[in-house]
Design a protein around this ligand. Structure first.
Ligand code: ATP
Ligand code: MG
Length: 522
């Protein structure tokens, strides 16, 4: 603070003198010359003012994008200001335990870098128009200002700023609170501000260790993700945007959402859960995607029912009678209404995805999930857009072993053999296997849980067998019905065929007879 005082007293005396000169002399100039006087006076001020000021705004590029530099400085200064500033803001609560502090607006702190004094101040310009709102106004601006004596300009621009950026990034990583974002409806957006997304702390406990699936496939996915996260230089070298697309498909309850959480936990990324039905049009989608940060996973769940993405294909199935259309009229109405509200098109989504990768920083993963991969338009899932297609299917023995280890803490048991062969013969989702293995009371031991699973597997097997038999019976009945329906028709046809033949044959005979008769008469 002593240094700040020193600077301000020095500045104060210089500027005070200059302002006095300005006020006194300006009145001696005729009105039409006052403009020129002001211009030259400003030049003198600039010459006399011995400091350089550099401002870092929160938003860049017509306020479309948040400035990374601003947030790095924020982290850097939060570390410094915790020790020296008198007024602090508590921004985020880390692990719900401790507050992350940063310097308050209009507060200044000072530091020394290689023997040079540097002053930092945080500034917020409030909206000029009075308003009552939850979100800050669009014309509110936040910035950090660095002030240093101009003889140190080179040191600052060449070394100090990169030092701040590097240290800020390290602090950011250390204090990073992973978040789960969901998009707000556009009527709640406020200009280009940050309220396009709401967020909560991301605390999903799923990891690749808890994910039950084929061990080889799991290892492959993990390696792929780690390679991607370390691939900055690689992607730059091959001239590709630093992004990767995953398509997760499979029946409900096979672990698609759990895998997304495991991905985020493995890479320490944020998750943006994009609800497409709440996005009205393509431009909105673009703005939403531009407002995501790097080190993030953008998720579009159930892409097949999010929006009319399938275009031609869906129209075709509708004509043919779409089997997946909900039969319940209420559900159908809600689904139709959501689709009608959204004008996001398949090509809009594709352009956004492709544009996103090139127009903003990298390190983004996009994940689509679906229960019906065959319903998706090939353009949406072609390689390059969705780089990896992962099928999550019914529980296999590998997956069961993960559950047994995690839920019951066993690696082997006499029932494992039976379970393995039953799993090979039945389709049970991992969600159902997990549910059966979970102890239901304090008295449930390993044996009880495994036996319950065996029983459930047998039941499922039996149900499946019965279903196949019922279907076969139904089919046979239908065929028989069809046969019966066609039988009279056939008989009728056969009969009428016979009659025609007879008529033809009789007709010829009669004519012959007639001829004969005529012949006889003659
Ligand atoms: N492969 C798995 N590994 C571990 N747990 C699983 C797995 N699959 C399902 N589960 C369990 O079942 C629950 C439902 O799984 P999840 O939500 O991941 O399925 P999903 O494939 O996303 O289903 P949906 O298609 O309905 O969205 C999870 O809470 C998890 O506990
Ligand atoms: Mg899911």
């Amino acid at each position: 603070m002593a240094m700040v005082g020193e600077m301000w007293s020095h500045l104060g005396s210089t500027m005070g003198t200059l302002m006095l000169v300005y006020t006194v002399f300006k009145q001696f100039f005729p009105h039409h010359l006052q403009g020129s006087f002001e211009k030259y006076f400003n030049r003198i001020v600039r010459y006399a003012y011995p400091y350089v000021e550099i401002t870092f705004d929160e938003f860049t590029g017509e306020r479309m994008k948040r400035s990374e530099a601003y947030f790095r400085i924020k982290s850097y200064l939060s570390d410094k200001s915790t020790a020296s500033a008198k007024r602090l803001k508590a921004d985020v609560v880390k692990d719900s335990q401790s507050a992350v502090l940063s310097m308050d607006y209009n507060e200044e702190i000072t530091e020394e870098f290689q023997g040079v004094k540097i002053w930092w101040s945080a500034k917020r310009t409030l909206s000029k128009t009075p308003r009552i709102a939850i979100y800050p106004a669009d014309d509110e601006k936040k910035s950090y200002k660095l002030t240093v004596h101009k003889r140190h300009r080179e040191l600052i621009t060449q070394s100090y700023i990169s030092h701040v950026m590097k240290a800020g990034k390290e602090i950011e990583t250390r204090n990073r609170q992973r978040k789960l974002y969901s998009n707000n409806p556009s009527q709640d957006w406020d200009g280009y501000r940050s309220n396009k997304w709401s967020n909560v702390l991301f605390e999903h406990p799923a990891t690749f260790d808890t994910l039950a699936m084929d061990a080889k496939l799991k290892e492959e996915i993990k390696n792929d993700l780690i390679k991607f996260s370390k691939g900055k230089d690689y992607y730059a070298r091959i001239g590709k945007a630093w992004k990767r697309g995953y398509l997760l498909y499979g029946p409900p309850g096979t672990g698609k959402s759990s895998m997304i959480a495991a991905m985020a936990n493995l890479l320490n990324y944020d998750v943006y859960d994009l609800e497409l039905t709440a996005v009205k049009e393509n431009t909105e989608l673009r703005r939403l995607l531009l407002d995501t940060s790097s080190k993030s996973i953008i998720v579009i769940e159930d892409i097949d029912c999010s929006i009319d993405l399938t275009g031609q294909r869906e129209k075709k199935t509708e004509k043919d009678g779409n089997e997946d259309e909900p039969s319940d009229p209420v559900t159908k109405r809600v689904k139709d209404k959501k689709k009608k509200n959204s004008k996001v098109t398949l090509s809009g989504l594709l352009n956004c995805i492709d544009g996103l990768w090139s127009s903003c920083g990298g390190e983004r993963i996009i994940v689509f999930t679906t229960n019906y991969v065959e319903k998706l338009d090939p353009a949406l899932i072609r390689r390059g857009r969705m780089d990896k297609h992962i099928e999550l299917s019914y529980c296999c023995f590998d997956a069961f072993k993960v559950f047994a280890k995690n839920y019951l803490e066993v690696d082997s048991h006499s029932l494992f053999g039976e379970i393995e062969s039953l799993l090979g013969e039945t389709n049970m989702t991992p969600a159902d296997v997990a549910e059966n293995l979970m102890p239901k009371s304090d008295y449930d031991d390993v044996e009880t849980c495994l036996k319950r699973l065996v029983e459930a597997l047998k039941d499922t097997k039996e149900e499946a067998k019965k279903k196949v038999e019922d279907e076969a019976r139904l089919m046979a009945e239908k065929e028989e019905e069809e046969k019966q329906r066609k039988k009279p028709e056939k008989e009728e046809k056969e009969q009428s065929g016979k009659d025609v033949k007879e008529v033809k044959e009789n007709g010829v005979a009669k004519v012959g007879e007639e001829v004969k008769e005529i012949g006889v008469t003659h």
